[in-house]
Design a protein around this ligand. Structure first.
Ligand code: GUN
Length: 289
């Protein structure tokens, strides 16, 4: 089994991204990422802190707009509209998930599609489905494709099975990998798929994004399978510094058996963050057109 580490791939991207930040600054554009986050404390959102750190590492400003968890739908829409109209904001994320009192669909649609670096706006997601090249591709799917290409894993003619149909990963990943330029056959499985193990056994590449720790068992895969683990479930662990450890969707025994596997943490995560920066720069560079 070989490990598909995310950091070297992200590092390769970072060097080019740093140059792009300098080019923008030379043209009097100050790249900035705005993140709206509904939470009690920033410590609850390691993802947002990772995005902020990645920005700061290459001199992109990152402004976190932190509001209480129970912020109303209308207040949230008001903040989004204000940022849509603020010329200093060129890239805007509203961190998901939002509380059950919020209509996520309406929030996603409210973000200016030219600032929607998550690629969740219907026009970006629809453009992805149609193979348009000028849309923002959601960051985790874009990161997974980058990682597979970085490690020279052939996709043409392969059968890729995706577990999970979320807006953030499974659904856009299905659209991305189904494109003609990739040439794979893609199966999207979800919580209502019967005989999940049978689908997994027919995968050349299995991408698990369900949030169910250790779901994929060793007897669901063959020794030739490439495994991509998007899961990051917090499991209580008295020996861990934070009181929990992060566990992927793939059982460690399955990881041992596979041809290659992305570790958790340290596999897909660094690429997701790298693609946030990539899309942020793309949003700012469009202003030069
Ligand atoms: N929550 C987990 N991943 C993501 C992401 O990529 N974007 C947003 N907005 N929220 C998330």
């Amino acid at each position: 089994m070989s490990l598909l580490l995310g950091k070297p791939a992200a590092q390769q991207l970072r060097e080019k991204q740093f140059q792009r930040v300098n080019n923008l600054r030379a043209k009097d554009l100050i790249p900035r990422l705005d993140i709206i986050l509904l939470c009690q404390s920033l410590d609850e959102s390691p993802y947002v802190l990772a995005k902020k750190k990645a920005c700061e590492d290459i001199s992109i400003e990152c402004v976190i707009h932190q509001f209480p968890v129970h912020t109303s739908q209308s207040d949230l829409l008001h903040y989004i509209h204000a940022l849509n109209h603020d010329p200093a904001c060129g890239a805007l994320i509203c961190q998901l998930p939002l509380g059950a009192h919020i209509d996520t669909e309406e929030v996603v649609r409210a973000i200016d599609k030219t600032k929607d670096i998550d690629g969740f706006h219907p026009e970006n997601m629809g453009g992805l489905a149609l193979g348009h090249s000028d849309v923002f591709v959601p960051c985790t799917p874009a990161g997974i494709l980058y990682l597979l290409r970085y490690y020279n894993i052939p996709l043409l003619g392969k059968h890729i099975v995706i577990l999970g149909r979320s807006r953030i990963v499974g659904l856009p990943l299905h659209l991305l990998l189904s494109q003609k330029t990739v040439g794979a056959t893609v199966t999207l499985c979800h919580s209502q798929t019967p005989h999940l193990a049978d689908f997994c056994r027919r995968a050349d590449i299995l991408i698990a994004a369900t949030g169910k720790a250790h779901l994929v068992k060793a007897d669901w895969i063959s020794p030739d399978t490439i495994l991509v683990d998007v899961g990051i479930t917090q499991v209580p662990d008295p020996n861990a510094r934070r009181g929990y450890s992060l566990q992927g969707d793939i059982d460690p025994e399955a990881g041992e058996k596979a041809r290659a596997v992305t570790p958790v943490p340290g596999g897909v995560g660094p690429l997701t963050v790298a693609m946030v920066i990539e899309n942020c720069l793309k949003a700012w560079e469009k202003r030069l057109d």
